[in-house]
Design a binder for this molecule. Sequence first.
Ligand code: TA6
Length: 304
Amino acid sequence: MNAADVTTLNRYFGIPEQVNFKDGPGGLTVAEVTNSLASATIALQGAHVMTWAPQGESPVLWLSRAAKFAPGKSIRGGVPVCWPWFGPHAQEASFPGHGYARTVMWEVVKTETLADGATRLTFRLIETAATRAQWPHPSEVTLMVTVGRTLALDLVTRNTGKEPIVIGDALHTYFEVSDIRNVTIRGLEDCPYIDKMDNGSRKRQEGPVTIGAETDRIYLDSSADCLIEDPGLKRRIRIAKRGSRSTVVWNPWIEKAAKMGDFGENGYLNMVCVESANAAEDVVTVAPGGAHSLQVVYGVERLP
Ligand code: TA6
């Protein structure tokens, strides 16, 4: 099937009044999901969840107003899928940062309505000669997206080969906040971290995380829920995860955001990345015939 053929996609995977495939920005095929609980948009390129909002709630994911939508270009915002490595490739500097999964086409495997009214979509990465050239290991990667009062994501790597494979992965999620200067991130207290703003030095988190400058940290051995407390929006975003031992906290702040060119005017003020990952020494070895699942559930709670 042609993954970009919206007519065929709607015939096989559309759900009336709930899932509609259409040509989105930059010619990217997107799935529009609307149900009684929430709404979301997902690009087939990268199986990239671009937006999600529970009904009656303001957007929970940040999507840059200056995001560039084009085949092969990662979308600035939402939930980029980093796979099969996180950050720069260990040996090949020419390979794309954060792997290729977020810039290649994925196909729709299944769409379904759950008993509680949520919508579940399953995507699978389409391998090509180009992807195999960067990742010559027999494997399959799927992403299951469940759109409801919470947003649940399950990134599953299956090793279909005869040798173990080592995976670095992340759901590199951009969350919408009222003003990053007033936000507190809890759940990482006492965790060791790699401070990429201080030559990769190893430190330990004291107290909650607040952000007042460019921040780029890989917290290791971090499995607790994280909470993004946002007094401006009077809400707390809860990030629950399984199968992820690293948490990355990133905000580019002023200069870095301006250099990146797709953050928009002061975009950095309204976002924070809290990424559920397996990075650095937390990378995962998947045995032949085995599987690794990185799961997150995002929920919104009102602040008193
Ligand atoms: O996860 C944080 C990070 O690795 C930062 O160092 C920064 O590079 C960010 O990801 C965005 O990377 P991207 O390739 O999406 O521009």
